[in-house]
Ligand binder design. Structure first.
Ligand code: FPP
Length: 239
C-alpha cells in the first residue's frame, strides 16, 4: 500500500547492462544498445499510462565520451533513430520531450534532431520524457556554481544569496521536481554521477535485470516496492 507521501511524480532510470546483454548472446555491444529501444518504449508507455509526470532516462554520461569512438558514434546514431522512429507516436501520446546535460557537446545531427523533437512537443501536456545526454551530476553542479559566480561578479547577487534554493534554480531543468524513485538495472549499485544534487531524498531501487530485458512487469515490481516504503525526508515519519 502506498503511504501518503510516496506519490510517484518523477522516476529516473539508469539504463545499465546493454553491453552484458549483448555479450551473453555472443553479439557486439552495440546490439545491446539497439535492443534498449524496446525497453525505453515500454517504460515511456507505462509511465504515461499510470500518470508519472517526469521520466528521466540516463542515456549518455559525461564519462561515456571515453568509450571507443565507434560505440559513441553508434549511440549518437541511435539517438537520432530513436527520435525518427518514435516522434509521431510520442507526440500523439502527448509526451513532451526534453533533455538535460551538456547538450552543446552533442554532434550536430543528433543535436538538431533532438532540438526539433523538443520544439515539436513543447506544448504537450503528458509525460515529460527527459533524456540525460552528455549528463553528469558533478558537471551540472559545476555549471550551476559558475552561473552563480557570474551573477555575483555582475553584482546582481551577493554571497548572502547563495542557498540550496538558489543553487537548485540554476540546475539544468529547475522546474522539474526531484526524482521520487531512481531505478538502476543490471545489478550494479552505484549512481555513476546521475542527478547527484536532485537525488538527495530519492528512493533507490536496484534490479539484476539487464536494461534490454526490462519490461512493463519489471517497472510494476519497482513501483510496487516503492509504494510500500515510507518516505521520511529526514523526519521521524510519525513513528
Ligand atoms: C549502459 O549499458 C548504457 C549506456 C551507457 C548507453 C545507453 C544507450 C541507450 C539506452 C541507447 C541509446 C538510446 C537513446 C535514446 C540515446 P552499458 O553499455 O554500460 O552496459 P554494460 O555495463 O553491460 O557494459
Amino acid at each position: 500500500m502506498r503511504s501518503d507521501n510516496s506519490q510517484l511524480t518523477h522516476v529516473g532510470i539508469i539504463m545499465d547492462g546493454n553491453g552484458r546483454w549483448a555479450r551473453s548472446r555472443g553479439l557486439p555491444r552495440i546490439d545491446g544498445h539497439k535492443a534498449a529501444e524496446k525497453s525505453i518504449h515500454e517504460a515511456v508507455e507505462y509511465c504515461g499510462e499510470i500518470g508519472v509526470e517526469y521520466l528521466t532516462l540516463f542515456a549518455f554520461s559525461t564519462e561515456n565520451w571515453k568509450r571507443p569512438k565507434a560505440e559513441v558514434s553508434f549511440i549518437m546514431f541511435l539517438l537520432s533513430r530513436f527520435i525518427k522512429n518514435n516522434i509521431d507516436n510520442l507526440d500523439n501520446k502527448d509526451v513532451k520531450i526534453r533533455a538535460t546535460g551538456r547538450l552543446d557537446d552533442l554532434p550536430a545531427k543528433p543535436r538538431a534532431d533532438l532540438d526539433a523533437a523538443i520544439t515539436r512537443t513543447e506544448s504537450n501536456q503528458g509525460l515529460n520524457l527527459i533524456l540525460a545526454l552528455s549528463y553528469g551530476g558533478r558537471a551540472e553542479i559545476v555549471d550551476a556554481v559558475k552561473r552563480i559566480a557570474d551573477d555575483i561578479k555582475a553584482g546582481s547577487k551577493s554571497m548572502m544569496d547563495i542557498s540550496e534554493k538558489s543553487i537548485s534554480s540554476r540546475m539544468y531543468l529547475p522546474d522539474v521536481p526531484d526524482p521520487d524513485l531512481i531505478i538502476r538495472t543490471s545489478g550494479e549499485k552505484r549512481f555513476s554521477n546521475f542527478l547527484l544534487w536532485e537525488s538527495a531524498y530519492s528512493e533507490l531501487y536496484f534490479t539484476n535485470t539487464l536494461w534490454p530485458d526490462f519490461r512493463r512487469k519489471h517497472l510494476q515490481e519497482a513501483f510496487a516496492d516503492y509504494g510500500s516504503r515510507r518516505r521520511r525526508f529526514g523526519d521521524i515519519g510519525g513513528n
